[in-house]
Design a protein around this ligand. Structure first.
Ligand SMILES: C[S@@+](CC[C@H](N)C(=O)[O-])C[C@H]1O[C@@H](n2cnc3c(N)ncnc32)[C@H](O)[C@@H]1O
Length: 363
C-alpha cells in the first residue's frame, strides 16, 4: 500500500476506535500502541529506515559498529561465567544492525564461542523479521527467530526497546484532588487529548499528601504497564544468566520534578520534536522515558539481583578498560572508533541520558 494511503487508513481506524471506545474516549496508551504497531500500517511496521541519518532518530547503533563491538565483548565475558551452552536473546532488534555488529565481532574475535552460539531474535512482526533475515543471512544457523521470549539459560538484552512500549499517562486534577488518565477524542476529524476517570489498574505516582497539596493542576507523568509486564516475562523465561536493558530513562523520583511537569512523552520526525503527539499517527515515532525503578522492581520480584543501574558512559568505559588490559581480537583503536566512543559516552551526547540496567540470577 502507498505511504499516504496507509497513513489515511490508519487515521481512519483510529477515528473508528475513538468512536467505539467507552464514552468516545480512547486511552492514549491504545492510541500509541496502534500508531506504532497496527499490522502493516503502524510506524514500526511499514519501513526499516526509521533509525539513523535518513530516519527520524539516532540510536547508539547508528553511531557506528563500535557500540556492538564493545557490547559483544561484554556479552562474551558474561557468557564465559555461565555453565550453559552460549545463548543470546535480543528483543526489539528492528533492522538487526546491532545483531549484525555483535555477530561480526564475535565471529572474528571469539570464533570458538561464535561456533557454539545460538543468537535468538524475538520478533513478533513478520515484516520486521523479513528485514532482519535479509541482513543476517550470512550468519546462517547461528541465528534463530521467535515471536516471544524463549525459555533459555543465557543473556537477554535490548537496546531502546522499553522506550517503544505504549505508555499510560496520568495527570493531577486540583479540582478533583485525584489523578486522571489521559485519553484521545476527535473533533472535526482531528485528535485531541482529554482527561478521563482512571481505570482501577492504572498506576499513580507515590507522592505524600504535602506534595499533592502543592502539585500544579495538570501535572502529567506516565507509566508503561506493557514494558513492566514484558520485563517480568523476560525475568521468567530466562531461567538464569543476565538481563540487560539499555535505554533512556529515569528513576521513579526523577520523573516527579517541576521541569517534567508535562511528562516525558515525545514524538520524533526527521530528527525534530513533534509538538502535537496526535497529529501524525504512523508518521512519527512516539516514545517516553523508561521508569527504571519500576523495571528493576519487576525483575527483583522474580528473584533477579540488580548488578547495576548506571549511565552508558560507565557501562562502556568499564568495557573499554577491560579491552585495554586484554586487547585480544579487538583491533586497532582507530580515529573513527575514538569518535564513536566519544559520541557514545560524552554526557552531552549519549553518555548520560542512556542507562544500563543489568540484572543476574544464578541457577
Ligand atoms: C527504537 S527501535 C530500537 C531499534 C534498535 N534496537 C536499535 O538500537 O537501533 C524499537 C524496536 O522495538 C520493536 N518492538 C516493539 N515491541 C516489541 C516486542 N514486544 N518484541 C520485539 N520487538 C518489539 C519495535 O518494532 C522497534 O523495531
Amino acid at each position: 500500500m502507498e505511504e499516504s494511503a496507509a497513513l489515511a487508513e490508519l487515521a481512519d481506524r483510529l477515528r473508528g476506535a475513538v468512536a467505539q471506545a467507552p464514552g468516545g474516549i480512547l486511552p492514549f496508551e491504545d492510541f500509541m500502541r496502534r500508531a506504532l504497531y497496527e499490522p502493516e500500517l503502524g510506524y514500526y511496521e511499514r519501513g526499516s529506515g526509521r533509525v539513523g541519518r535518513d530516519g527520524d532518530f539516532y540510536t547508539s547503533v547508528s553511531v557506528g559498529p563500535l557500540f556492538g563491538e564493545l557490547l559483544g565483548h561484554q556479552l562474551a565475558d558474561w557468557l564465559g561465567t555461565l555453565d550453559s551452552p552460549p545463548c543470546l536473546v535480543e528483543s526489539g532488534a528492528h533492522d538487526a544492525r546491532l545483531a549484525g555488529d555483535i555477530l561480526a565481532w564475535l565471529e572474528t574475535s571469539r570464533p570458538a564461542l561464535f561456533e557454539s552460539l545460538t543468537y535468538w531474535l524475538v520478533e513478533p512482526s513478520p515484516a520486521r523479521e523479513s528485514w532482519q533475515r535479509e541482513r543476517l543471512a550470512r550468519f546462517g544457523e547461528r541465528v534463530r527467530w521467535t515471536a516471544s521470549i524463549p525459555r533459555i539459560q543465557g543473556i537477554h538484552f535490548s537496546n531502546e526497546l522499553l522506550d517503544a512500549f505504549p505508555v499510560r499517562p496520568v495527570r493531577w486534577s486540583v479540582a478533583r484532588q485525584d489523578w486522571e488518565e489521559v485519553g484521545v477524542v476527535t473533533t472535526a476529524g482531528s485528535f485531541h487529548e482529554t482527561p478521563f476517570q482512571r481505570r482501577s489498574d492504572t498506576p499513580i505516582p507515590d507522592l505524600p499528601a504535602e506534595v499533592l497539596a502543592v502539585l500544579p493542576d495538570g501535572f502529567t507523568t506516565e507509566f508503561s504497564p506493557a514494558a513492566e509486564a514484558w520485563w517480568s516475562q523476560a525475568a521468567t523465561q530466562v531461567t538464569s544468566g543476565y538481563l540487560l536493558a539499555i535505554d533512556y530513562g529515569l528513576t521513579a523520583e526523577e520523573f516527579l520534578v517541576p521541569q517534567r511537569a508535562r511528562g516525558t512523552r515525545r514524538g520524533y520526525r526527521h530528527h525534530r520534536w513533534v509538538e502535537d503527539l496526535l497529529a501524525h499517527p504512523g508518521d512519527c515515532d512516539l516514545t517516553a522515558h523508561v521508569n527504571f525503578t519500576r523495571i528493576q522492581t519487576a525483575g527483583e520480584r522474580q528473584g533477579w539481583h540488580t548488578e547495576r543501574l548506571a549511565d552508558q558512559r560507565l557501562g562502556l568505559t568499564d568495557i573499554f578498560r577491560r579491552v585495554l588490559t586484554e586487547p585480544r581480537g579487538f583491533g586497532e583503536w582507530t580515529p573513527a572508533r575514538q569518535r564513536q566512543f566519544q559520541t557514545l559516552t560524552h554526557p552531552e551526547h549519549l553518555g548520560r541520558s542512556f542507562r544500563w540496567l543489568v540484572q543476574s540470577r544464578r541457577p
